[in-house]
Design a protein around this ligand. Sequence first.
Ligand code: ZN
Length: 171
Amino acid sequence: MQCPSLIKMRQIIIKKNIGTMLTTIPEPILKKKARKVTDFGKNLQFLIDEMIAVMRYGQGTGIAAPQVGESLRLIVVEHEDKLYVMGNPEITQSSIETEVNVEGCLSIPNIGANVERSTAVTVKGQDRNGKPIKIKVKGRLARIFQHEVDHINGILIVERAIDIWQIKEEI
Ligand code: ZN
């Protein structure tokens, strides 16, 4: 048995650690082109789980490995209760039609930006076990994939933004 207050304290400590795993600007790793994933073994599995935890902790809808300090071509996306894990993602097709909409980034706290993106994309890559996958996505999901693929190429929303504003921190 554990004392309830001790459990709560542990949860707070875990939460704090997860928060500190997040890489934020101006960390140079965020501006680097990430390396290809070649080994889908145990270490990568740990990294994927860590990325999922950090993304959810930050209430994000996507995260890329450089955002947890690993310069690897690996992304996680979560949209409408569906989780996507992709190694070596590549956008092979983008719609000519574009749309401007709001984005935020876990690595740039309290910033909102309007970014122009293709409304639909085809993404080719590998699943968490290294098996080749190809998906066609549109709308918000297509936007998230484009944002995360930008991350592994060292591109941040501040470079793509049509306009940027500061979000007041909630207390
Ligand atoms: Zn981001």
